[in-house]
Design a protein around this ligand. Structure first.
Ligand code: 3HC
Ligand code: NAI
Length: 694
């Protein structure tokens, strides 16, 4: 018994309660308390069975992740589980909230498991780049169907009580108060002479082919990740080895994973995703505004996608457009999108109908007089946006949030058009806005704290991963991408071809290479921006990159035109190499007098990645991004950055900021003024620090 785990007895049952808020993580104190309370229960002659339960909001949600990578302090979780498994008195685990990872593994050390109706169980270790390392890979496939066990371990999914009961992970679901039900259950088990149940002694019969199939799938779906393959290996061992040998091998595989860079990256992302929701000067209890209705101006590509997020969350949307045709077209596209989801069996027709019923439209701004929030998504034109915000200022009720989805324009300038700049904020969605998880919440100079807090809360409701950023051209994600894309373009002119650059970055882990991305987004989008911004833009290019412009002049806008950097067959998204593009690249190099050279994949990755992180350093310096972790969350959620490498800033830390700085200085000598080391990078190197503080 200690501060973390308590023992008491009631009705002949010993109750062991874990109290380590917020999630009862199984840190050293909890593990020690679990052992001493078990001993107390075994020594207590007034009880003949035990119940293990979590205090507060949950059963243990796993090992304490902050302890990984540090020297282990006894007792080890595996020893705790073995102690429960070998207990001379029957033990019932009583689960509420979440029983995850090591939490579920300790429940596997108990004889029986009862859960309340709302509990969830799961083994999410794979999402942290590790495997269930306290017997989970050996006990779960003995307890339930090995194929289902493999699925659970590989997906890391949370399983709700009814399914957990059906699978056999739970033996019973409590209808009443969980503790009372668990005490009663333990009493019944004893009085009915129910057998002790050690999962380690259960038979396992797995068809060998499930492992080969799982490996083939994991190589495709989790390309580059090490943990899934080791999870499969561990479960296969359960089927082919004795329990003790399987357990020993599980530990070997766990140790390999937990000390890997991949797991370091994935654990860092777990904490970064929680940190990103904390804004230092905005207290957690900031009063929020109620958002029960939303107006969207512009039912185009972005407006339509944004609106779907709100309808999916049950929030009604009023569109304002310039013409009935534009309105009808926008609603038609939304309808087609939902219909496609229905036809794939992922949405019922009823649900689609009720979502469609949440949309209304108007050609008149007065339709926005009563909404709680407006999001403007019209053409990217400052004069037009200013005019719209002047109108909104007149029409919208006091307290309404006025948001813009601009991707490049100065939101302070837009806010200044209103008499209420504190109510104006940027909500930078990514295309397609109904699919992409990322939302950059752009805090302008005068944006009210309650507005930022309200939009952050709302972003969770519409299931977005959000990060608060400051105002600048491109905000965080796209501004960094400019640096990365500039390198891709330079490499092209110096000697590489689009397919080589794309392959090098894809093999490194990006979901897509830069040229395939441009074809997907539409080459015309950045072409228009380049044309608009040409006079103001000086990114110190040694020479203007012209290949992208020349492609657009030929109408090669990307996938939508069936040709761009690549060719696309009718109805296919698969890029095919186009000799005409290769010829154009060679011609441009020759025209500029560049002697093309062989460029290694390593140089491609280094130059693109360092350019990305170097701009990230500027953003941290300018306070546009609050933390390196926020940037990494943005790149994970919105840009297809491989999670097992953390994000671009953690990657730079892992390379070593001194190494990165030395390379950038060398690149500056070799390639000219496009390379300029960030002052912040230089400062961190001088101070021996890292971006992430790790
Ligand atoms: N270790 C350390 N801290 C943890 C933790 C853990 N396992 N799980 C959550 N926390 C912390 C979070 O960082 C957060 O801290 P903060 O308030 O300082 O930011 C706090 O607990 C609350 O967490 P959430 O914000 O995530 O709370 P939610 O209510 O949104 O979600 C949850 C609760 C579903 C339990 C979620 O926290 C979760 O998924 N936790 C991690 C589960 C997990 O991965 N478990 C496996 C661990 S590895 C393991 O067990 C290895 C074993 O096999 C040997
Ligand atoms: P779009 O051209 O598809 O849609 C714009 C819509 O606004 C059109 O339907 C048009 O009829 C309507 N509109 C124009 N003036 C209007 C007015 N005065 N009143 C009401 N409606 C009006 O443009 P898209 O791509 O949806 O872009 C919208 C905004 O979103 C822009 O600011 C853009 O920078 C930003 N954005 C675009 C992304 C993209 O990938 N397309 C990504 C992120 C932001």
């Amino acid at each position: 018994m200690n501060d973390f785990v308590g023992y008491e007895s009631r009705n002949g049952v010993g109750i062991i309660t874990i109290n380590n808020p917020p999630v009862n993580a199984l840190g050293q104190g909890v593990r020690a308390g679990l052992v001493s309370c078990l001993e107390a229960g075994l020594a207590d002659d007034s009880v003949n069975s035990l119940v293990l339960i979590g205090g507060g909001r949950t059963f243990p949600a796993g090992a304490d992740i902050t302890e990984f990578g540090k020297p282990l302090k006894a007792p080890d979780l595996r020893a705790v589980i073995v102690a429960y498994e070998n207990s001379s008195k029957l033990v019932v685990a009583a689960i509420h909230g979440h029983a995850l990872g090591g939490g579920l593994e300790i429940a596997f050390g108990c004889d029986y498991r009862i859960g309340d109706a709302k509990c969830n169980v799961g083994l999410p270790e794979v999402t942290l780049g590790i495997l269930p390392g306290a017997g989970g890979t050996q006990r779960l496939p003995r307890l339930i169907d090995p194929s289902a066990a493999l699925d659970l371990i590989l997906s890391g999914a949370f399983v709700a009580a009814p399914k957990a009961l059906k699978l056999g992970i739970l033996d019973k679901v409590a209808e009443t108060d969980l503790l009372e039900a668990a005490i009663e259950y333990a009493g019944e088990l004893i009085s009915s002479g129910a057998p002790r149940r050690r999962i380690r002694d259960m038979e396992i019969n797995a068809d060998a082919k499930i492992f080969d199939e799982a490996r083939a799938t994991a190589k495709k779906r989790a390309r580059g990740f090490e943990a899934p393959l080791k999870c499969i290996q561990a479960v296969e061992n359960a089927a082919t080895m004795s329990f003790d040998d399987g357990l020993r091998e599980e530990r070997v595989l766990f140790e390999e994973l937990v000390s890997s860079d991949q797991s370091k990256g994935q654990r860092y992302m777990f904490f970064a995703e929680r940190e990103v929701a904390k804004i230092p000067d905005i207290p957690r209890d900031t009063p929020l505004r109620d958002i029960s209705s939303v107006g969207i101006i512009g039912a185009g590509t972005m407006g339509g996608g944004i609106a779907m997020n709100f309808a999916n969350a049950g929030i009604p949307v009023v569109f304002v457009e310039t013409t009935q045709e534009a309105l009808d077209r926008g609603l038609g596209i939304i309808k087609d999108n939902y219909a496609a989801t229905v036809s794939r069996g992922r949405l019922t027709q009823d649900a689609m109908d009720s979502r469609m019923a949440l949309f209304s439209g108007s050609l008149d701004f007065s339709a926005l007089s009563d909404v709680d929030m407006v999001i403007e998504a019209v053409f990217e034109n400052m004069a037009l946006k200013k005019e719209i915000f002047q109108k909104l200022d007149k029409v919208c009720k006091p307290g309404a949030i006025l948001a813009t989805n601009t991707s490049t324009l100065d939101i302070d300038e837009i806010a200044a058009e209103t008499g209420r700049p504190e109510d104006v904020i940027g909500m930078h969605f990514f295309s397609p806005a109904n699919v992409m998880r990322l939302l950059e919440i752009v805090r302008a100079e005068k944006t009210g704290k309650d507005i930022v807090a309200t939009v952050m809360k709302l972003s969770k409701k519409i299931r977005k991963v959000s990060a608060v950023v400051g105002v600048c051209d491109g905000f965080v994600g796209n501004r960094m991408l400019h640096g990365y894309m500039d390198q891709a373009m330079s490499l092209l002119e110096e000697g590489a071809l689009p397919q080589q650059i794309d392959k090098a970055l894809f093999d490194w882990g990006w979901a897509m290479g830069p040229f395939a991305v441009m074809d997907l987004a539409g080459n015309d989008v950045s072409w228009l921006i380049r044309q608009e911004q040409a006079p103001d833009r000086d990114r110190n290019l040694p020479y203007p990159h012209t290949i992208a412009d020349q492609l657009c002049e030929q109408g090669r806008f990307g996938q939508k035109a069936s040709k761009g950097w690549y060719l696309y067959s009718e109805g296919s998204r698969k890029p095919e190499i186009d000799p005409d593009v290769d010829a154009l690249v060679l011609k441009v190099s020759a025209g500029k007098g560049i002697t093309r050279r062989d460029i290694s994949d390593q140089e491609i990755v280094q130059r693109c990645m360092y350019a990305l992180a170097n701009v990230g350093a500027d953003l941290l310096d300018e306070g546009i991004a609050l933390r390196a972790g926020d940037i990494d969350v943005i790149y994970n959620a919105g840009y297809g950055f491989p999670r097992y490498r953390g994000g671009p800033m953690l990657y730079a830390d892992m390379v070593g900021l001194d190494n990165m700085l030395a390379s950038i200085n060398q690149f500056r000598e070799d390639f000219g003024p496009l390379w300029r080391p960030s002052k912040y990078l230089e400062k961190l190197v001088a101070e021996g620090k890292t971006f992430s503080g790790t």
